[in-house]
Design a protein around this ligand. Structure first.
Ligand code: GLU
Length: 568
């Protein structure tokens, strides 16, 4: 308790430099447990999506309604990353009951999928074909969340997105850059929408209207999700995923029955402890939460954030973090998959005894010999947003179409992109002696994810909500954000700005942003780490939080995209 109290004081001091400790103690005394209703905060990766969420909150919607509005608006203004043609994980904290729930709206493999369906082709060919399209879950997931906990209708929360799609918006620099991807112009429909008359990618400032997408949202507003899962949109999806970048082998296997049978899963989140706080995070079929809790357990014995060499950006702290992530990534490759298809040994993976023993093997001076797991290619796009409403309900959501621009297939006449999430399954089946093939393609199953929307509590009190896009790099981005907020006591704004690195596999292949300090990179290389500098930003973390002392709500949005925080 004393440690927890001192920690609060320390964090508070860092964020409010200049306030004398005596004043902090007085404030603590005055505010302890007060719990006045706070502000609402939305943090999303595009200003117009944040505005859509805020408009719904101002109209009396709660965090669940606002999150749905953010999602539909993102489909319009950040179409390359998420939308109704993809999947999502929502982690929801309900203020009234204190309950935390997961809505798993991950895409599923069609009933006709087979373990070897991808093995004859290269990753790229698979990812640009209908064969990689999973049965979309995002619309069903948000509709179900709203049905259970929302206050507004689906039609009401679709309104901002309908207006944005119909009336248009100015292409931002971030979107303009993404539009130069060849994936945004693979098909006649994407060329017509995302290229100008000269055939060039739309530029920053171009006024982009998407009447077909507006029409689709209007259909959903009028008829409900059924029009998408059973009606005319379902027929168009099935037709569209018959496109293939690799001849007859690449034709999608989704049927009307697959769409009609799609159900989001309600899941109990994973819970773990770190430095006296409680973390609530994503269970399988994501590997993200398991890997996060494993890495934190491995790291707890190190004096991160306060001993020389262990602060933010410092050699020992970064070294041991990379080692912890390597161990977690090696477990991920072998054991993680859809729990409906494989028995994920959570008790063993998260066993404190095993993790304590493994942690003892981490040497602050030397790199561990390489475990053999090598990474397979996975997408690094997607989006994350977080919302807290006046009552303290929180939604933190990572949402995806897998790669940027998904499969590159825009449903003709309906204006939304289809995901290529099934490439998150093992390309070549692994099942065999000693390997459960946990993530092999199986009919009706969900591909393993890395998405890790996460909540942090102090006692029973909600404190933080965050997550990130980035495929396998999500795990590192969320772990580093956790260290920066919990160990280093940084503000949300400072945390989302720090340079990132991402461990991709057990062998320790690690991407580093170019803004990482050179002396740190040299010191890590001297320890044998396998670093590769990248120009692509790692992650896009959107955080909302409540100050444990003042109960003031705050948000932080990642400058790597068009991140925006709005408060009300
Ligand atoms: N498909 C990835 C996953 O579920 C997300 C892709 C991304 O973040 O870009 O882990």
């Amino acid at each position: 308790m004393l440690r927890f109290f001192l920690k609060i004081v320390k964090n508070y001091k860092r964020r409010h430099a200049g306030l004398r400790p005596a004043a902090v103690l007085l404030l603590l005394g005055l505010c302890g447990g007060a719990g006045a209703a706070g502000e609402s905060v939305v943090a999303a990766s595009h200003p117009l999506a944040a505005q859509a969420g805020m408009a719904v909150l101002k109209a009396g919607g709660n965090a669940v309604d606002a999150a749905a509005a953010v999602q539909f608006a993102l489909n319009v203004v950040e179409p390359q990353s998420s939308g109704i043609g993809g999947g999502a994980f929502l982690l929801i904290h309900l203020a009234k009951t204190g309950e935390n729930v997961v809505v798993d709206a991950r895409e599923t493999a069609p009933a006709a999928a087979t373990a070897d369906q991808f093995s004859a082709h290269a990753f790229r060919e698979n990812s640009e074909s209908g064969l990689s399209v999973g049965v979309p879950g995002t619309l069903a997931g948000f509709a179900e969340a709203q049905r259970r906990w929302g206050r507004q209708t689906l039609a009401a929360v679709l309104k901002p997105a309908i207006a944005l799609a119909r009336d248009g918006f100015a292409v931002t620099p971030y979107l303009a850059k993404s539009l130069t991807s060849p994936r945004a112009a693979l098909q006649p429909e994407t060329r017509a929408l995302y290229r100008n008359e000269a055939g060039n990618p739309l530029r920053q400032g171009f006024w982009l209207r998407q009447p077909e997408l507006a029409h689709t949202f209007e259909l959903i507003a009028a008829q409900g999700p059924d029009v998408f899962y059973r009606g005319e949109v379902a027929r168009a999806i099935v037709q569209a995923q018959r496109r293939s970048a690799m001849g007859p082998d690449g034709i999608g296997r989704m049927t009307l029955a697959d769409l009609a049978g799609y159900r989001p899963e309600m899941r109990t989140p994973l819970t773990g402890r770190y430095r006296g706080a409680t973390l609530v995070t994503m269970p399988p079929p994501s590997s993200g939460g398991v890997a996060l809790l494993q890495a934190l357990a491995l790291l707890e014995r190190f004096p991160l954030g306060h001993a020389p060499g262990y602060g933010p950006d410092e050699t020992l702290g970064t070294h041991v973090t990379i080692e912890a992530l390597r161990i977690a990534m090696a477990d991920r490759a072998r054991w993680l998959g859809d729990p409906a298809a494989t028995s994920v040994p959570l008790d063993r993976l998260l066993s404190p005894e095993r993790l304590a023993a493994v942690s003892r093997a981490i040497d602050p001076e030397k790199r561990l010999p390489a475990p053999p797991e090598l990474s397979a290619p996975e997408g690094r796009n997607t989006t994350h947003f977080s919302v807290v409403d006046a009552e303290g309900n929180v939604v933190t959501c990572t949402s995806t179409v897998e790669a940027a621009w998904g499969s590159g297939i825009l449903v003709p006449g309906y204006g939304f992109l289809l995901n290529n999430e099934l490439t998150d399954f093992n390309r070549v089946p692994r099942a065999g002696p000693g390997d459960p093939g946990a993530n092999d393609v199986r009919p009706g199953m969900r591909p393993r994810s890395s998405m890790a929307p996460t909540l942090v509590f102090q006692g029973r009190r909600w404190w933080l909500a965050y997550g990130s896009p980035g495929g396998p790099t999500i795990i590192s981005s969320v772990l580093e954000t956790t260290e920066e907020l919990l160990d280093d006591g940084l503000s949300g704004d400072a945390a989302v700005r720090l340079p990132r690195y991402a461990v991709l596999d057990g062998a320790g292949h690690t991407l580093v942003e170019r803004s990482m300090p050179q002396p740190l990179l040299d010191a890590l290389r001297a320890r044998g780490h396998l670093l590769q500098e990248t120009d692509r930003p790692i992650g896009s973390v959107q955080v909302v939080g409540e100050d444990p002392v003042t109960h003031e709500r705050w948000g932080a949005a990642d400058p790597r995209r068009d991140g925006t925080v709005l408060r009300y």
